[in-house]
Design a protein around this ligand. Structure first.
Ligand code: B12
Ligand code: SF4
Length: 472
């Protein structure tokens, strides 16, 4: 049966950068293997809403991806258009947001059902049932409104324990040239699913998608996927962003096997990842560097232990000092991600954060505004303690957008928004200073100036704007 997998990023600007939707691509592979006819419908580069109707035509299921609340409005817009174009199809929503807010996803989009959590198995099961005109309402991971108006959320199947058994994402359906032409710079990939930590600004949302805990792929399986990517894109030196929550949960031996596997395959990989300062060691960073790691983006969040403890981050500023020292030693660029503007933060806490930055000397700094997103403990806490600002506009639920627009969705008893903004500007100025003094940044910028002068000049402009306190 024809199944349309829709990525509804229609006329949407990504504040955090453009990337291919890996989850949807995994579903394309699963459906293909099961003998269905999946079609990938990506609105990222469309200027008219009806531009892709011909691809969706004849689909028995139209499945729309929603990653976050910020995208709900786009998903609703695209779904209501497609409901007119293919009125007889079964409309499904899935992805991170419906896994947490199933009823709301159906209410807002008018979809018939939601598929919750990892969906490689359930999308195939649903497609089989629909194709055979069988009743699907009792299948696991399904949520829907019963005829009497009550909401049903069926039990979930256990998440697949062995990630190596999951098929690689179907990259052949992606128009990578368009993605790269529009600012994407790295292929996405993932080597683990889930995260065992409990930070209040994040959990329990990811547990609702990946079922809690963490599951791993073997290094060999990841090397196989990279080999496939190298062949498919005819690029022996690909750049990859590992989207894992904390890839450094892998032990050192994993990174050794990964490094050796790449070497044996003759692949010169360059990659970057996110990490926590307490899951790295000096040796791990050395081996990561040997396997092509160029940048590690650490969730440093704050220089104040009091704030880290409120976030339940379970890290210390001292661990940040060590992690950044090791990165500088092995010339791995280290980015510090910060989250400022938490209601309990004071001017002294922000000063501690600023002082920590001066100590760890990050090669880059990304300042987010602390945001209470529904489905996370921080949101419950903000509601209970009356810190949530009255405006629940979904647009305010994207920390990257809030940073760019300098707006917040929580009230601050000890600071004004202007205070936070002025600390942000101070940090941005220090960030620009680091960019013109960091060895790695200067080296990269110089080589870019020779190979891609336009890009390098654009970067220099952004650094200059940073000196005025403006972020990218
Ligand atoms: C890469 C990424 C991004 C990228 C873009 C993602 C993209 N192009 O797909 C960028 C950087 C732009 C981004 C931005 C944001 N993101 Co983001 N992002 C991620 C990240 C790190 C990886 C996603 C991924 O590829 N996972 C791997 C694949 C295999 O898993 P998956 O996508 O979940 O797919 C599975 C299921 O969800 C399901 N599924 C997925 N799609 C579909 C579609 C259908 C139809 C069905 C049936 C099922 C289904 O099946 C898949 C296979 O099992 C996740 C964290 C994580 N570890 O997943 C956060 C995450 C999805 N992001 C999140 C959020 C909140 C945001 C932001 C609001 C800001 C932020 N970072 O906090 C913005 C808003 C973006 C927006 N406007 O929508 C949350 C979402 C949770 C929530 N709803 O509250 C997550 C879970 C991170 C977190 N814990 O905070 N993000
Ligand atoms: S913020 Fe990162 S480390 Fe903390 S729970 Fe979320 S994914 Fe895990």
């Amino acid at each position: 049966m024809k199944v349309a997998l829709v990525y509804p990023r229609f006329k949407w600007f990504e504040y955090n950068g453009l990337s291919e939707p890996l989850g949807v691509l995994h579903l394309v592979s699963a459906l293909r293997k099961a003998g269905h006819e999946p079609v990938y419908v990506d609105y990222s580069f469309c200027s008219e809403i009806d531009e892709l109707d011909h691809i969706v035509e004849g689909a028995g299921i139209v499945a729309v991806a929603i990653s976050a609340a910020a995208k709900l409005e786009r998903a609703s817009f695209v779904t209501s258009h497609l409901k007119k174009a293919v009125p007889d199809a079964l409309f499904v929503v899935g992805g991170a947001y419906p896994s947490i807010f199933a009823a709301n996803s159906i209410d807002e989009t008018g979809a018939d059902v939601a598929l919750l959590g990892e969906a490689e198995k359930s999308i195939v099961e649903l497609s089989d049932l629909v194709e055979n005109s069988e009743d699907y309402h009792s299948m696991r991971n399904l949520a829907f409104y019963r005829e009497d108006g009550s909401f049903a959320e069926n039990p979930r199947r256990p998440v697949p324990p062995l990630l190596d058994e999951i098929l690689f994402p179907a990259r052949d359906v992606v128009d990578y040239d368009a993605y790269f032409a529009n600012g994407m710079s790295e292929y996405g990939m993932i080597t683990t699913r889930g995260c065992p930590f409990k930070c209040i600004y994040c959990k329990p949302s990811t547990d609702m998608i990946y079922g809690g805990g963490i599951r791993y792929r073997s290094a060999g399986n990841v090397v196989d996927e990279i080999r496939e990517l190298v062949e498919f894109r005819n690029d022996p030196c690909p750049k990859v962003f590992f989207k894992d929550d904390t890839i450094t949960m892998h032990p050192e031996s994993w990174f050794e096997a990964f490094r050796d596997g790449l070497k044996e395959s003759g692949i010169d990989l360059e990659w970057h990842c996110n990490s926590r300062v307490d899951t790295v060691s000096r040796d791990k960073i050395r081996i990561m560097k040997e396997s092509g790691c160029r940048v590690i983006s650490f969730g440093v969040e704050s220089g104040s232990q009091k704030i880290l403890d409120f976030y339940k981050k379970e890290t210390t500023p001292e661990q940040a000092v060590e992690a950044f020292r090791w990165c500088h030693e092995f010339r791995v660029e280290a980015t510090a991600n910060l989250m400022i503007g938490f209601p309990l933060e004071t001017d002294d806490d922000l000063r501690l954060t600023y002082n920590l930055l001066k100590k760890i000397k990050p090669d880059d700094i990304i300042v987010y505004f602390s945001t209470a997103i529904p489905g996370r403990y921080i949101h419950d806490w903000a509601v209970e303690n009356d810190y949530l600002a009255t405006d629940t506009n979904p647009e305010l639920l994207d920390p990257a957008r809030n940073r760019a627009h300098e707006v917040m969705n929580m009230r601050l008893p000890h600071l004004t928004v202007d205070d936070v903004v002025s600390w942000k500007h101070r940090i941005e100025r220090y960030r620009s200073w680091r960019k013109v003094t960091s060895y790695s940044k200067i080296k990269r910028w110089t080589s870019e100036l020779l190979s891609e002068p336009g890009k390098a000049i654009g970067k220099a402009g952004r650094v200059l704007r940073g000196f005025k306190g403006q972020s990218d």
